[in-house]
Design a protein around this ligand. Structure first.
Ligand code: FAD
Length: 292
């Protein structure tokens, strides 16, 4: 089923998982995680794709399991990165053979230590989208509540977000953020320039091994002072720290749902316990997502 058809009927609860980095690594642990995530009745589960494409087989394998064994709709990521036209064709054929309908089209980021030609065939996600047009997939795209790190301004970034929609993206998932006001600003500005598609907020609960500085550096997400202070104050108490992280994510979700977000996408970091802990805290609020 196309995820935008689900979004047309109800708000969605979804999760992101990432497959093992190498194609020959065992995926069993992740498959069990997916079985556990299923207990939370997600509308879809997204599966990341390595920036170098080196674990592409695992993305297909995991997305195929989600669709054909777990009976959940997968959203398989594709990064343009080092891919050639033939690579993309091959991957799309594989997705098709697994009945995968929904794809998140991305550019990817060249790893700093990688000595390869990057984005030779597809400079941006929009080029990948252009290439995928008419190939029978429902396409989603990424967006950035605080603007993409390479962009001069949020408004320039929004221009490309609009281009993504014009090229057929039927919904967006945001970069992780810890201050909901950036999400509301993004949605307001997107609507102002005519972007109509659902914009699903991406939330990453702070868990035991989280590293806020790393998240901030990688994603450019602002960490609100109150939250930063709490984490700093209890940095030597992992149990308490997790409690803070789960409750903070729960607070963000309550606020987002109350203000009408079209769904919630949890970056699970392959940890079903984290997703369960957050959902448990807002059991009745989450039920709002399941209403048609
Ligand atoms: P683009 O849309 O190409 O944007 C990159 C920059 O170029 C932005 O500054 C944008 O404003 C600008 N731009 C966009 N289009 C154009 C254009 N046509 N002309 C000129 N400039 C343009 N990475 C992975 O490696 N694997 C994953 O599975 C993965 N999943 C992700 C999921 C989500 C929800 C998000 C938010 C990010 C994910 N990423 C993933 C990270 C992503 O690859 C990086 O954020 C990357 O830097 C940008 O990807 P993009 O698709 O937004 O790129």
């Amino acid at each position: 089923m196309k995820i935008n058809d689900i979004l047309a009927k109800k708000r969605t609860l979804s999760f992101e998982v990432f497959p093992p980095k190498k194609n020959d690594e065992n995926c069993d642990k992740l498959l069990r995680t997916i079985d556990e995530l299923k207990e939370l009745n997600p509308d879809f589960i997204s599966v990341t794709y390595g920036a170098l494409g080196s674990n592409s087989k695992n993305t297909s394998r995991i997305a195929g399991y989600i669709k054909n064994e777990a009976g959940i709709e997968p959203l398989a990521h594709i990064t343009a990165g080092p891919s050639s036209y033939e690579d993309i064709d091959r991957l799309l054929e594989e997705y098709k053979s697994l009945n995968i309908e929904n794809v998140l089209a991305l550019r990817g980021d060249k790893p700093v230590d990688a000595d390869i030609e990057y984005c030779k065939y597809f400079k941006h996600a929009t080029d990948l989208q252009e290439y995928m047009k008419g190939k029978g997939f429902n396409i989603a795209a990424a967006c950035y509540p605080e603007g993409h790190q390479e962009c001069d301004s949020l408004y320039e970034d929004l221009k490309y977000m609009k281009m993504k929609e014009d090229l057929g993206a039927t919904f967006f998932i945001t970069q992780v953020f810890y201050d909901n006001s950036y999400y509301y600003r993004l949605v307001n500005e997107a609507r102002r320039i005519g972007i109509k598609s659902p914009i699903i907020p991406g939330i990453m609960p702070y868990a035991r091994n989280s590293n806020l500085k790393k998240v901030q550096k990688m994603c450019g997400s602002t960490i609100p002072l109150d939250f930063r202070n709490m984490v700093e104050r209890y940095k030597d108490n992992p149990v308490l720290l997790e409690e803070i992280g789960f409750n903070y994510a729960a607070y963000q979700i309550i606020d987002l749902i109350a203000k009408g977000a079209p769904g919630v996408h949890l970056y699970t970091m392959n940890n079903a316990r984290v997703a369960k802990e957050v959902c448990k805290r807002i059991e009745n609020v989450i039920k709002e997502l399941f209403k048609a």
